[in-house]
Design a binder for this molecule. Structure first.
Ligand code: SF4
Length: 378
């Protein structure tokens, strides 16, 4: 007779506890996790190594509760966590639900509203909330504009999710806005998004450039950026990083460099959160069972990627990665020998997106990619 799932659970928990410890330690340098909701429903490819369910299982185990398997895949609202910010005596940078998603459909609108009230009641702390459910986030935060000590962001993993999720941020009257490209799974042009209207949103410059139509040669034409359709406060912060977990998919260094360079060009603060559980190596060991080669187009080979061998004809741009060894943690935060720890700057109130700006923009962008459609389920 096969094992019941509950009999397998203790073993799962040991591994998950270790992964969770490392994930939460990686946050704790400068950020305090505020677990107001636990558990989540995967929404896209970037969710593959997510530890949200493991975090909920560990929480239940610590509370002496047996795991309710029927509830896996949804959120649990933690009423008691709402009082935690009042107990923090020094100002904190607080990450709301770092291993879950406050705006997933199974969190009630009422609970989100209560979280926003707690944020507003503690202006000494700066709160960050990041979501892969940007349409629900937009709907809920349009009804209740975010308090001035909240940075609102979207989490993306590739070019398609960047283009789909980021425009929603420009539809919310948030005083601070950020993008988290983690786990980064492909090259992403973070400077330019062509909207379904064919107008172009330049997120790092806060400009919407107007599409004029096709010229006589059937080439698309836009008004110059110097004569924008709309000017808005640009994104305040860009964060990028690799994947952590059992089978991480590391990002090609060229993708991270391109994001860093775009931020440098536009003077947007850039924070590199590290390569994840795989790091680039210049001295690959052909016998390394975890060795992985990644090409700039995103093809991963080598035993670490599930191939039978480690030996391939390499093409220009291929980079070797190996699993991060215990004690090597600091090297994973370096890109071209440097750490990138940019933080958003305080923006004067007149340069923040006001509710009136957001309403106007909403009207202008109302043909944004299929607005009626809910956030994509798994
Ligand atoms: S949306 Fe975020 S918290 Fe939810 S499963 Fe995906 S990565 Fe995890």
């Amino acid at each position: 007779m096969g094992l019941e799932r509950d009999q397998l659970l203790p073993e799962i928990r040991v591994t998950d506890r270790e992964l969770l410890r490392r994930r939460e330690e990686s946050l704790s340098h400068s950020e305090r996790p505020w677990n107001v909701v636990l558990g989540c429903q995967p929404v896209s490819d970037g969710c593959l190594a997510c530890l949200s369910q493991a975090r909920l299982d560990v929480h239940n185990a610590n509370a002496g509760q047996t795991v309710d398997w029927s509830r896996r895949g949804g959120a649990v609202e933690l009423e008691q966590a709402l009082t935690e910010p009042a107990a923090w005596t020094t100002p904190q940078r607080v990450v709301i639900a770092p291993l879950s998603d406050l705006f997933q459909p199974t969190v009630s609108a009422l609970f989100v509203e209560r979280v926003m009230k707690v944020v507003a009641a503690h202006p000494q702390h700066v709160f960050l909330v990041t979501s892969r459910y940007p349409r629900r986030m937009r709907e809920l935060l349009q009804a209740h504009p975010p308090p001035p000590n909240l940075s609102v962001g979207v989490s993306v993993e590739d070019a398609a999710s960047f283009e789909e999720r980021v425009p929603n941020l420009f539809d919310i009257a948030a005083p601070w806005r950020h993008v988290v490209l983690e786990p980064l799974l492909s090259a992403v042009d973070i400077e330019r998004i062509e909207l379904p209207t064919r107008d172009i949103l330049w997120p790092l410059e806060g400009i919407v450039q107007q599409y004029l139509g096709l010229d006589a040669q059937h080439q698309p034409q836009w008004l110059p950026k110097s004569d924008p359709l709309r000017c808005l406060p640009p994104l305040d912060w860009v964060i990028a990083g690799g994947e952590r977990g059992q089978a991480p998919r590391p990002p090609h260094p060229a993708w991270v460099r391109a994001i860093r360079d775009s931020c440098l060009r536009r003077q947007t603060p850039f924070f590199f959160r590290g390569w994840g559980d795989y790091v680039p190596t210049r001295k690959p060991d052909p016998e390394d069972p975890a060795l992985m080669v990644i090409s700039e187009s995103g093809v991963r080979r080598g035993r670490g990627a599930g191939s039978a061998i480690n030996h391939f004809a390499l093409s220009e741009g291929d980079v070797h990665f190996t699993r991060l060894a215990r004690g090597d943690e600091p090297i994973q935060f370096f890109l071209d020998g440097q750490r990138h720890l940019g933080l958003p700057q305080q923006r004067p109130p007149q340069q923040r997106l006001s509710p009136a700006d957001a309403t106007l923009l909403e009207r202008e962008l109302q043909r944004l990619a299929p607005r009626g459609r809910p956030d994509r389920p798994a």
